[in-house]
Every structure is written in C-alpha cells, then in structure tokens.
Ligand binder design. Structure first.
Ligand code: ASP
Length: 290
C-alpha cells in the first residue's frame, strides 16, 4: 500500500499589529500543527483534521472567529464558515450564522446532512439547532472579541486550515467573525466556495483578508485554476491571486497545499499568523510581518 506524504497549513488571519505580542497565538497554532501532524500520520482523513483544527481555533478566543469574533454594527455576532472536500468537491457553508459555538461544525453539517452548499442566517441557525449543534447561550458573555492591548477590537483574524492526508485527499476550511464593524447581513469571502475556500484533487486553499476583494478576484478559485491549467506551484498560484487582490485595492494572505504536499502561505497584508507542517514533518509557526 502506498501512502501519500502528509502536509498541513493553518492560519489565524491576516493583519498583524506591530505593538501586540502574538506569543500565545504562536504557541497555540504550533500545538495545533503538532496535533494535525499526528492525526494525519495516524491516517485521519484530511476533512476531519481540518474540522478538528478549525473547531479548536474557534473555541480559543484568540482569533476573530468563533469565540474571538467581534460584533457587527448592531452588536450582533454573525459568523461565516465553509468546508470543502477535494476528492468529491462536496462543500458546505454557513453565512451570517448567529448563536452557535462552532460555525465550522455547522458548515460540515450542511455538507454532510443536506443537499445544499450554502445556508444563511435564520435558516442556518434553525438547521444547526435541529441537528443539535452546541448553542451559545448568552452572546454577551460568550464572545470575547480579540483585542489589542489598548482594548480596541482587532479588525481581521479569520482562521483556516488546509490538509493532505495519507490517502492523498485534500481538504480546506475557513471560519470567521468577518470584518470589524460590518453591516448586519454582510457576508465575506470565507463561505463563498471559490472565493475564500476551495479544495479539489490538486490543491486545497483558504484565504484571509478583506473579503470583498477576495470575492471580486475569485481568489481561491484562481489558485486552483492556475494550478490546473498553467501547472503552477501552489506558491506561484497563490502569489498571483494575491497580486490580483492588490490590484483591486485589497490585501491579505492565502494558505494552500498541493497534491504532492507542497505548501504555500504567502501574504501581502501587514503580516499573517500561521503554522505549517511540511512533508518531512518539520513544523514552522509564526507571525510574519511585512
Ligand atoms: N476574509 C474575512 C472576511 O472578509 C476577514 C478576515 O480574513 O479576517 O470576512
């Protein structure tokens, strides 16, 4: 039996502030990368590893996703998430979901339990309740918007994960509280398949940054198309997609893993929080600064 090399990248969002220490985030992301490495080497499917790692990132409160999300202009917490399975191209996503601890679990539920890809707002919440997903009892005490030392909420900090498992399967997922002071009902790139999240048989992609630009440049889908048609590496393709985001006036970062285990985590924002497991098993975690 041949087993594929395994690899993984996770991100804790684009946008890094010079005066904030990210030691806790780096330690946390490194420990999750270790966990993902072991899970993948033990034969866990990439899809399950991606779900598990994103659930942990959401629960930590360290990023602008799950517990660390910040409220919209009306003080409500509307969260987006998506997950995609490379081999089958099945996908699930939720947009503007209120009241649930793990949006990535809700996205997975849409993928596994419904014929749909994207379910939004009230309908998504009703579906999550019907499937028994863990609810947030009191949003005002549960959410702890990730903040800089002076107490201001952080503007960006989506989380995402891409993985390649021992059977050569790729998977990608992304989860976010969205952008700071967003308008009620605003949906970013993360739950839009092909914009913020994508996986097929050649590459798995998760994006972070100002979602509007990633939607308008079809960022994740561009990475996949360049690999498919131009045979670029994940790094070349992701850098091209970021250039297009920049051309439109935005910035951010992209994580990607290819079918051969080559990984990429370029960014053109002011830094990106990330951790990576290379095919040889070595782990890198940090906060890159521009
Ligand atoms: N892409 C996310 C959004 O626009 C924000 C982020 O990456 O931090 O909702």
């Amino acid at each position: 039996m041949t087993t594929s090399p395994t690899a993984l990248v996770l991100h804790g969002g684009a946008g890094v502030l010079a005066r904030k220490s990210y030691d806790r985030e780096i330690d946390h992301m490194r420990s999750l990368a270790e966990r993902g490495k072991t899970q993948l080497r033990d034969g866990m499917p990439a899809l399950d590893v991606v779900s598990d790692i994103i659930r942990a990132l959401e629960a930590s409160g360290l990023y602008v996703a799950g517990k660390g999300s910040s409220p919209n202009t009306e003080g409500r917490y509307e969260l987006d998430a998506a997950i995609m399975d490379g081999p089958t191209r099945r996908a699930g996503a939720v947009a503007a979901l209120e009241g649930f601890v793990s949006p990535i679990d809700a996205a997975r539920m849409v993928m596994d339990e419904t014929p749909h890809v994207l379910v939004a707002a009230e309908g998504a919440a009703r579906l999550a309740a019907r499937h028994g997903l863990k609810a947030v009892k009191d949003p005002d005490t549960y959410y702890k918007p990730a903040a800089v030392p002076d107490g201001r909420a952080i503007a960006t900090g989506t989380v995402g994960c891409v993985a390649l498992d021992t059977e050569g399967r790729l998977a990608a997922g992304t989860s976010t509280g969205g952008t700071l002071h967003k308008t009620p009902g605003r949906v970013g790139d993360c739950p839009l398949i092909g914009s913020g999240t994508w996986a097929d048989v050649q590459v798995a992609v998760s994006c972070t940054g100002q979602g509007e630009y990633f939607i308008r440049s079809l960022a994740a889908g561009t990475v996949a198309a360049r690999i498919r048609y131009l045979h670029e590496s994940p790094d070349e393709a992701a850098r091209y997609a970021l250039k297009d985001v920049k051309r439109l006036g935005g910035d951010g970062g992209i994580i990607a893993v290819g079918a051969d285990g080559r990984i990429a985590f370029p960014y053109n924002s002011q830094g990106m929080k990330y951790a990576a497991v290379f095919t040889d098993g070595h782990i890198e975690a940090g906060v890159t600064t521009a």
